[in-house]
Ligand binder design. Sequence first.
Ligand SMILES: [Zn+2]
Length: 160
Amino acid sequence: MNKDFDTEDCYTVEGKLALPYTYFAGRVGSSFITTIRDKKKILGVKCNACDKVFVPPRQTCEKCFEEISGNWVELKNTGEVVNFTVVRYDDRHLPRKAPFILAMIKLDGADTPMVHILEGIEADKVQAGLRVQGVFAEETTNTILDIDHFEPVRAQQKIT
Ligand SMILES: [Zn+2]
């Protein structure tokens, strides 16, 4: 019950929607996805005015309002966990069966985090600062899931 709107004979009902949808990815979003799909590379855009690097890329800088969509920078597929959550319910629109981890991951060289699936580690072992790497999908879905997931960088593995 919402005290701002509810009265004796009229009240609000709290509900929940799960809607499949399509959207237009635009020039910037489309290039981001097709470059992951075709070249297995992750692109960001850099604002020439403030040097901020956005991943996922965007058309304008949120700070300067400069047009930045053409200023592509190629990033490594490594980065670190900024924050995370564990999804504990199943839904046909979710990319994995529960439970699974969704993490905000800031790629090396990026100033903004992207959300993606984190695998290969138990949730109680995940901490901010955990070094992770993206694993590209074998088959394309023409979505951000062309990066299949991120996983911890193994200690003996050399980052190039
Ligand atoms: Zn800027």
